[in-house]
Design a protein around this ligand. Structure first.
Ligand code: RBF
Length: 342
């Protein structure tokens, strides 16, 4: 009796162990760059960690692939070659292409790639944000600020934009969106666009910002990852303004960062990792999320926004935002449809 009791409990224990092994879900996060200072990468990691915090049987490995983009493909192949991960999660528009050789070599490997788009790859699911909307809101604010009587505003109607590098989503959505918004605010607004050439050199980003300020630019949208700090410091020193993409980060430089246009990247990662785990991601599909879906948003709820711009700007932005946030189609929204560039 006693002996059979041991046998039964031993068998149960073995079953539990097998179940635990079968149920475990192992996730690798491939960060194409470094996490610190890049808002979308910070939220990529926190989105997966949120899933892991809720579930005992989820493991997470973070691989920071660094800034040498020529090594990413190899690093992705090595990661997939371990055959340890149920899912590789990564973020940015280049990653479907970077991941393709790994996908081909390991046909069982699945990839969730956010902030990117590809259609019809049976091992990948992608989520794209409507960054025409995201950038247009910033351009509109920039256009209002440069024409205002705010302390840092110059007589020139020049607004700035500094990007880490040129890439598809930038050329097809972010740059045209920013220009559209700036011209909607005031058709004669000029956009001064510069490319840094990397995602880390804060000194060079500061030099670029200063040279733009020298020619009359008074507000700069920065999309430079870890180098954003250089733009922020230059604008702080010279009493100019920064527009910060991807995250509510007014706190980084109150009164200097006067607008943040956020993406719900953490939520997107959280929701889609869970969908992958439960077999609810349709591999090969993609989705595009925008302002009226609630995944792109200008952050007007942080008090540091209202305290940094004029009441007139808040009111004008309010009208513009109400139009974009409406769930029904509007003329404004029709100007901000994502062009098919993939
Ligand atoms: N954004 C960052 O904040 N940090 C980065 O290191 C970074 N690296 C990128 C590398 C490539 C190849 C591409 C296509 C985009 C990169 N981005 C980076 C931009 C990011 O995907 C996104 O477009 C911006 O954060 C604006 O939402």
């Amino acid at each position: 009796m006693r002996r059979s009791g041991w046998v039964v409990s031993g068998a149960l224990l073995a079953l539990c162990l097998v179940a635990a092994v079968v149920a475990a879900y192992d996730i690798a996060i491939f960060v194409p760059g470094v996490v610190a200072g890049s808002p979308l990468y910070e939220d990529l990691v926190s989105g997966v960690e949120k899933v892991a915090a809720e579930m005992d049987d989820v493991t997470v490995k973070v691989l920071e692939a660094g800034f040498d983009q020529s090594t990413w493909e190899e690093q992705m192949i090595s990661l997939a070659a371990t055959e340890e991960y149920d899912l590789i999660v990564t973020s940015n528009g280049a990653m479907p292409f970077v991941s393709m050789p790994a996908a081909e070599a390991f046909p069982e490997q699945k990839f969730l790639i956010v902030d990117s788009i590809i259609a019809g790859h049976s091992q990948m699911y992608t989520v794209l944000y409507n960054q025409v909307e995201q950038a247009a809101v910033m351009g509109y604010l920039a256009g209002l600020v440069t024409a205002s009587d705010m302390d840092g505003a110059t007589p020139e109607l020049k607004v700035g934009f500094i990007a880490g590098q040129e890439y598809e989503a930038l050329d097809s959505m972010i740059k045209p969106g920013y220009e559209l918004g700036a011209k909607l605010a005031n058709p004669v607004t000029e956009v001064d666009f510069r490319v840094l050439g990397n995602w880390w050199d804060a000194n060079k980003a500061g030099e670029l910002a200063n040279s733009m300020i020298d020619v009359g630019v008074d507000v700069i949208m920065t999309v430079c990852g870890g180098a954003n700090q250089g733009v922020i410091t230059a604008c702080q020193e010279r009493g100019k303004y920064v527009l910060y993409l991807d995250k509510d980060n007014y706190d980084l430089a109150p009164g200097t960062i006067i607008g943040c246009s956020a993406l719900a990247q953490e939520t997107v990662v959280y929701e889609n990792v869970k969908a992958a785990m439960t077999g609810n991601l349709l591999w090969g599909e993609y989705k595009i999320l925008g302002i009226s879906d609630g995944y792109v948003n200008f952050v007007d709820t942080n008090p540091l926004y209202e305290s940094s711009v004029t009441a007139k700007i808040v009111a004008d932005m309010g009208v513009f935002l109400a139009d974009l946030r409406a769930f029904f189609p509007t003329w404004l929204k029709s100007q901000m449809v994502v062009p098919q560039y993939w």
